[in-house]
Design a protein around this ligand. Structure first.
Ligand code: DC
Length: 242
């Protein structure tokens, strides 16, 4: 979710939008890019996940858009950076560390349903804009460049092959202690792609002005360095036009 870096000087706020499908390596590169550029970081997916967790705990009907959007409005979200913890960006829900819980299979299986409601999206988009207000921020998600910040000066659409995305997610899940087969993860990746890109409200799609970044076969460092270079070039181009 939101991570403010200490000691960053106030300057004109700038948003870097990073969208793409699940498992493309988007979160890893978004965090590292934010660190490299000294910018804040917002993981919008974690917000949809935290809401799903809260709804499951409170036994809210996941088809009840109005109750879900009220829950979203009342939810107290935050993050804290804990160096040495894996991952260091911890997700807080009402002060409780739910970093692991929001990645559970149950939440992963239900989050598409929760995030498909227009009322829920309207509430979380409002929160996302409020969190980014006046800040330089790398914001990652599915609809950041298209809906949340359509005027962001720099947009990337990060993707990778289905096989590679399934392998990465599988490794991450095993590392987090979830026993699951590669084939089950692959099926889940395909299923979520379909749900995310065919939903009626704010579907996953590349903004016309977003640069396509294919991470298949590339290291994290290669991708992050490439993105940082493109950000600098784009900012220089924009400054040249002024
Ligand atoms: O990136 P992730 O896997 O943590 O995202 C979790 C879910 O939330 C995913 O199914 C898509 C949804 N999502 C969304 O609809 N809009 C966003 N901006 C971010 C995530």
């Amino acid at each position: 979710m939101f991570m403010r870096r200490r000691g960053t000087a106030e300057k004109t706020a700038m948003i870097i939008a990073i969208d793409g499908p699940a498992g493309a390596g988007k979160s890893t590169v978004a965090r590292k890019l934010a660190q490299k550029l000294g910018m804040d970081y917002l993981d919008t997916g974690a917000m949809y996940r935290a809401l799903t967790l809260e709804a499951l705990r409170k036994r809210v009907d996941l088809d009840d858009a109005l109750t879900l959007s009220r829950l979203a409005a009342d939810m107290e979200l935050g993050t804290v950076y804990v160096p040495g913890k894996r991952p260091p960006y911890r997700v807080l829900l009402g002060g409780e560390d739910v970093t692991v819980a929001v990645r559970s299979r149950e939440v992963s299986a239900q989050v598409s349903k929760v995030s498909a409601h227009a009322e829920v999206r309207a509430e979380l988009v409002r929160k996302q804009r409020a969190m980014a207000e006046g800040r330089d921020m790398v914001v990652e998600g599915r609809d950041v460049g298209t809906v949340v910040f359509p005027d962001a000066p720099v947009k990337f659409f990060v993707t990778a092959s289905v096989a590679e995305r399934a392998q990465r997610r599988h490794r991450a899940m095993l590392r987090d202690g979830y026993e699951v087969s590669l084939e089950a993860v692959r099926r889940e990746v395909v299923r979520r792609d379909r749900l995310d890109s065919t939903r009626v409200v704010n579907p996953l799609r590349r903004a016309p002005d977003a640069e396509m970044v294919d991470t298949t076969g590339k290291s994290v460092a290669q991708v992050v360095n490439g993105l940082a270079r493109r950000v600098r070039e784009k900012l220089e181009e924009a400054a040249g036009r002024r």
